[in-house]
Design a protein around this ligand. Structure first.
Ligand code: MGD
Ligand code: MGD
Ligand code: SF4
Ligand code: MO
Length: 684
């Protein structure tokens, strides 16, 4: 390698369970290629197609390169360049004016554009805590399932992912591994080669479902019914680990009574699947060891999503699957990491104030809400970073109207002119992962990764942390914590006895020291130390302590006008709404697609390739239909969260999704949505 070619180790910043280790090749200060780090066992030298294009994304001709001020109407995308000083002065003045009346009228809005602990909620959280701004409940992805796990297992914990390779039965439940958890799929294939049986539970016939031995294509939102019927069979056939149940669980008798109300025939009707599939899966799960369940978040984006996760999370304890390293369940490993959050985020800067909390999943309604004694002040300013709410939040008709309010002051920190950026008063250019420091945990494995900057900030872009440091200075916040630099923040994330920072510097990653079969002897992080079939904490909130099947807000068959259930899972070549503007990836995805079963299409005179209108009382969007077997009868699959402005009619799938929330965790219900579909044009 010539002296002006260097390689730099980093971490994939995206909201993906795989958290890959990256190696970036830099030539003359330009990132030319991003590879997977072969030394990191989970990455194994392989990246997904999207992030292989990260250099293309970073040096994209449309990268935001300087601060801008809006000149046209909100949403028009008309801006003029301004200096950083002018941008920061304007923001500090506007936020200062609002804060003088009530800082709670200011709302930070952020999610997982980067999963980094530093460019995520470190300096930003300090700034908003010091200001006394409204708090944001970050529910948009995993709140229901996360709460389901917490109430059952005690935390977001589970099997170590590497042990799936040794399982003899793998149930892939509500997850399209090949599309969104690629490195897990490699382990599943290894197990399959060694004789494991693979079962996929998913309304959609995904590329993953196709490659499993069995595909159970249930109706969206019926997973708890299925899990309860599995319990029914485990109990009636006595495929139970009585010792494990006695020693390490809480509430078996009550759960038994509940499950006995769910014979497979009842669940088969609710789920609309052949009863034999349920009976066969129960037998396989009751008699195969080790048995592992890979849950993912797809199943919890419905009204009963929290309960569904609770029901599934009970299964391993019933059969004692936790006794083996390759048995149990994994939804998220994020709770394994003892992150020093208080040090990073400094909630002490609230100094006794208790600002209200706004749920990010109802941002549409909340931006349109007037001041009231229950709500508090009207939202007057929003600072958006690491998120694209105008595209990703439900019921976007209302979200757009909210962001279009002329009396709302909006600041957006972004790489690109997203749909949300188009609504900014001040738009600030942010650095990408190749240009800043960060440190990462994972929700799919148990390693910590360090990300070092590979190149200088592109254009005038600045890190999120720099922006909040600069604003703090302008607003007269003199606490020394506003001087911490990014490397210092990385060092603060873990105690030195947990993670050796030198090891991170030397090799880019470090593994948490955890037992291989963490719950072989119980010891769950619940209040009782047991797997809690019955949760006293839920009972104390007046809720059902046992898991149950809660029908969707919009159950299949409940509406004559909107007879089709719609789910809107990720597009394989995008990451949420990120990468939609990367041409090489958009070329693969083509255009927004709605998958439809031949019988549903035929009944509406719709042919493959037709343009259709997908609509309900909330709104409508247009896309191209793919008729085929990927969609089950009665369910349509609207793939991917496209940028609205890149869709055929300037909208996307979230025009039709609702702001109703889940049973637990106050999460969104993207996949609990009834629609009708009508043809609008001939095949192209
Ligand atoms: N390529 C790619 N990868 C991604 C993402 C992306 O956008 N693109 N997004 C990332 C993010 S933010 C997340 S949260 C993760 C996890 O994201 P997940 O939401 O877990 O995504 P998938 O793995 O596609 O799994 C969802 C699957 O659940 C199915 N499903 C929908 N409704 C139901 C239901 O009611 N029951 C059951 N059993 N299944 C249902 C869908 O058809 C889909 O195949 O993926 C991450 N990885
Ligand atoms: N219909 C439907 N809607 C969904 C979903 C679904 O399955 N169906 N999935 C939901 C889920 S699981 C999630 S997690 C949410 C995701 O929603 P978001 O977290 O909003 O994810 P993205 O759409 O990827 O937007 C992230 C933005 O952050 C920016 N960004 C990335 N890194 C940085 C950085 O370092 N600094 C700054 N300032 N900006 C950065 C990116 O350019 C990008 O525009 O969407 C949800 N919406
Ligand atoms: S998006 Fe996921 S699979 Fe792709 S590089 Fe990042 S962590 Fe790895
Ligand atoms: Mo997510």
């Amino acid at each position: 390698m010539s002296p002006d070619v260097v390689t730099v180790r980093g971490a994939c910043p995206h909201d993906c369970p795989d958290t890959c280790a990256l190696v970036t090749t830099v030539e003359n200060g330009v990132a030319v290629k991003v590879h997977g780090n072969p030394a990191h066992r989970h990455t194994d030298g392989v990246l997904c197609t999207k992030v292989s294009r990260y250099a293309e994304r970073t040096h994209h001709p449309e990268r935001l390169l300087q601060p801008m001020r809006r000149t046209g109407p909100k949403g028009s995308g008309q801006f003029e360049p301004i200096s950083w000083d002018e941008a920061l002065d304007t923001i500090a003045r506007r936020l200062g004016d609002i804060a003088a009346r009530d800082p709670q009228a200011i709302l930070p809005y952020s999610y997982a554009g980067t999963m980094g602990l530093v460019q995520g909620e470190s300096m930003a959280a300090r700034f908003f805590h010091r200001l006394g701004a409204s708090l944001l409940d970050r529910t948009i992805c995993a709140a229901a399932g996360g709460e389901g796990l917490v109430q059952t297992l005690g935390a977001k914990v589970g099997m170590k992912v590497e042990h799936f390779a040794q399982a003899k039965l793998i149930v892939i439940w509500g997850s399209n591994s090949i599309g969104s958890n690629l490195h897990f799929w490699k382990l599943a294939q290894q197990a399959k080669r060694d004789g494991a049986r693979l079962v996929c539970i998913d309304p959609r016939r995904t590329e993953t479902a196709e490659k499993c031995h069995e595909h159970i294509a249930l109706r969206p939102g019926t997973d708890a019914a299925l899990a309860l019927a599995l319990m029914h069979q485990l109990i009636t056939h006595d495929w139970l680990d009585h010792d494990y149940i006695r020693d390490h669980t809480l509430g078996f008798e009550a759960l038994r009574e509940r499950a006995l109300q769910w014979p497979p025939e009842r669940a088969a009707e609710v789920c609309d699947v052949p009863v034999q599939q349920i009976i066969d899966l129960a037998r396989a799960y009751g008699t195969t060891r080790p048995a592992a369940i890979r849950l993912n978040y797809g199943m919890q984006r419905v009204r009963g999503g929290g309960n569904a996760v609770r029901a599934v999370a009970c299964l391993p304890a019933l059969v004692g699957a936790w006794r083996q390293a390759a048995g149990g369940v994994l939804l998220s490993s994020s709770g394994q990491f003892p992150v020093e959050r208080a040090a990073l985020q400094r909630p002490d800067l609230l100094a006794g104030r208790q600002p209200r909390t706004i749920n990010m999943s109802t941002i549409g309604d909340d931006l349109l809400r007037e001041a009231s004694p229950t709500f508090g002040p009207r939202i007057e300013a929003v600072v958006v970073y690491n998120s694209n709410p105008v595209a990703v939040a439900p019921e976007s008709g209302k979200v757009v109207r909210g962001f279009a309010r002329d009396d709302l002051f909006t600041v957006v920190l972004e790489h690109f002119r997203t749909d949300t950026a188009d609504h900014a008063d001040i738009l600030l250019p942010a650095t990408t992962q190749l240009e800043h420091w960060d440190i990462h945990t994972s929700y799919g494995h148990t390693d910590v990764l360090l990300n070092r900057p590979a190149i200088a900030p592109v254009g005038q872009s600045r890190t999120n942390t720099d922006v909040f440091r600069a604003l703090a200075r302008r607003m007269g916040f003199t606490e020394p914590c506003f001087d911490d630099d990014d490397e210092a923040l990385c060092r603060m994330a873990f105690r030195p006895d947990v993670i050796d920072f030198q090891q991170l510097l030397d090799q880019g990653f470090a593994t948490l020291q955890l037992p291989d079969a963490p719950y072989a002897d119980g010891d769950f992080p619940t209040p009782s130390g047991r797997c809690e079939f019955v949760s006293a904490r839920l009972q104390a909130q007046g809720l059902d302590g046992l898991p149950d099947h809660l029908p969707n807000h919009e159950p299949a068959g409940s509406s004559v006008r909107f007879p089709l259930a719609m789910i809107s899972p990720p597009a394989r070549n995008f990451l949420n709404s990120s990468f939609v503007n990367v041409q090489s990836l958009r070329d693969i995805e083509g255009q927004p697609v709605l998958e439809m079963h031949p019988a549903d299409a035929g009944a509406r005179g719709i042919a493959d390739g037709d343009m259709v209108r997908v609509f309900n009382d909330r709104g409508e969007y247009r896309c191209r239909v793919k008729v085929g077997q990927r969609a089950r009868h009665g369910v349509v699959n609207g793939l991917g969260i496209w940028w609205r402005k890149l869709g055929p009619d300037g909208t996307n799938v979230n025009e039709v999704t609702s702001q109703r929330l889940t049973d637990l965790g106050r999460g969104p219900t993207f996949y609990d949505c009834l629609v009708e579909v009508a043809r609008v044009g001939e095949a192209a």
